[in-house]
Design a protein around this ligand. Structure first.
Ligand SMILES: [Zn+2]
Length: 470
């Protein structure tokens, strides 16, 4: 990992709004890092004279964001993204830790591939990468991967994301192993037969456009099955990119009444903020302006698909309540060629790491959430879901500003406005339906292990000062 703090060096983040929902902290103060850990926080002078200072008056300083769900595409799809470019995008988006999905080539289903991802992340990455390993070998849905070996190598969770584990009996056994290892199974919930051939949300709009839809029931049937299996095994099922009101309701009811097992959920910024209308083009376009297949915006094609406004409202409510514990990007970079084709043929996915924070800050500006709750869903919420994996990696305390925790911090300006320009993305994936959008909320600095992984132009350059004689 590139930016790690040199031994014995100290860095002071001076006078920001310290915001750490995990300990109910929301006060102006300063934060001192030493040897890659949080050494001290409080008001006034730090206990030791720092080597360097970054002044952040008026900015928010919170635990580094943790993304439970991103596609770094390496090994195998380096034309779409690499660990180097994907983690640079993460740093720019305020994420200090990302969980990488296993649908690479080869898939991450062996000790060797887990170690390869970790090695690349250490040598070429800008932020922490925690590999998620396959549930089944080669994600073929036939035979379970070696769960124990994968955990030992550094996998923090298991997922065949990209596709569901269709065989319920196999998933049952997977959950039994995962439970014994204290790790969740992350499920892409989709009934493959029900969703087959669908390219957008099944709705009146899809019907009018002549595009085949994926019904909400395809997601909800899978969520219901997975909840039943969590109860059967007492294991932890984590529902990835939940997108429908019905799925949210199933999770809510389970959390209110559950007997055994744990069910958690994540939602993506795009499912929280955008609707299926974007398929018509920027800002939801005008249906009469859409000229037919191929005229639709393939950058709005994503799986699960963007849904209706009622689904968006249900997701937001569940996020506010804590039924959804984590915001996860499902960052899915693609090449231009993957998207520059007929809507039916285009690849699914949005390059989301660099717009995630600005987009979800819209929830705070619209008073759907307060700022501490939003920060919790980006920090302590996701950390809790992979708690055991973090502990096994010596990363306990991640997602908080507690003394002794890793010195991973995000600094942001909640009110700074900026315009999305995919041409400026660090990610190789320029595939976003948000080009030209004005977002309010901007990451100003990302610090990983006490080292600066990203600083917005003007911040560290002007304000990071080597303190003479320190
Ligand atoms: Zn998925």
């Amino acid at each position: 990992m590139a930016p790690t703090q040199a031994e014995g060096k100290t860095l002071l983040i001076h006078e920001g709004r310290l915001l750490d929902p995990s300990q109910g902290l929301d006060a102006v103060g300063s934060l001192l890092f030493k040897d890659g850990r949080i050494e001290w926080w409080g008001q006034g002078e730090p206990p030791v004279k720092p080597n360097a200072v970054i002044s952040v008056p008026g900015l928010v300083v919170c635990p580094g964001f943790i993304d439970l769900h991103c596609h770094l595409r390496e090994p195998g799809f380096e034309d779409k993204e690499t660990i180097a470019t994907g983690t640079r995008a993460a740093a720019r988006g305020g994420f200090t830790t990302v969980c990488s999905m296993a649908n690479t080539r080869p898939t991450v289903d062996s000790r060797a591939t887990v170690e390869l991802v970790l090695h690349k992340a250490r040598t070429e990455g800008s932020v922490r990468v925690l590999p998620v390993a396959c549930v089944t070998q080669g994600q073929q849905g036939k035979q379970l991967a070696e769960f124990g070996e994968l955990a030992e190598a550094g996998a923090v969770a298991y997922s065949d994301d990209g596709r569901p584990v269709a065989d319920a009996r196999l998933l049952r056994h997977a959950l039994e192993y995962a439970r014994a290892l204290g790790r969740p199974v992350l499920e892409h919930c989709e009934d493959p037969a029900l969703a087959a051939g669908g390219v957008m949300n099944e709705s009146a709009l899809a019907h009018r456009l002549g595009l085949k839809g994926m019904p909400a029931a395809a997601e909800e049937a899978a969520v219901a099955r997975d909840i039943a299996l969590a109860e059967l095994t007492g294991a932890h099922v984590h529902i990835q990119h939940v997108s429908t009101a019905g799925a949210v309701e199933l999770v809510r009811r389970e959390q209110q009444s559950r007997r055994v097992g744990t069910v958690t959920a994540e939602a993506t910024p795009h499912h929280l903020m955008l609707t299926e209308a974007l398929v018509l083009g920027p800002k939801g376009g005008d249906i009469t302006a859409a000229l037919g297949p191929g005229a639709y915006d393939a950058n709005a094609k994503v799986n699960p698909p963007l849904r209706a406004q009622a689904d968006v409202e249900a997701l937001r409510q569940a996020l506010a309540e804590g039924v959804i514990q984590a915001i996860a990007t499902d960052h899915a970079p693609h090449t231009l060629a993957d998207k520059l084709c007929e809507f039916d043929q285009a690849a699914s996915g949005i390059s989301g790491l660099e717009t995630a924070f600005g987009l979800v800050m819209g929830l705070v500006h619209a008073s759907v959430l307060d700022l501490p709750t939003l920060v919790a869903r980006l920090t302590s919420g996701p950390a809790r879901i992979i708690e055991r994996g973090l502990a096994d990696q010596g990363l306990s305390g991640l997602g908080s500003l507690r003394v002794g925790a890793p010195a991973d911090v995000t600094v942001f300006d909640p009110n700074a406005e900026w315009t999305v320009d995919p041409g400026q993305f660090a990610s190789k994936g320029k595939n976003t339906p948000l080009a030209g959008w004005r977002l309010k909320g901007r990451v100003m600095a990302t610090i990983v292990g006490g080292g600066i992984a990203y600083a917005a132009p003007g911040l560290a350059v002007q304000k990071a000062v080597e303190v003479a004689g320190a």
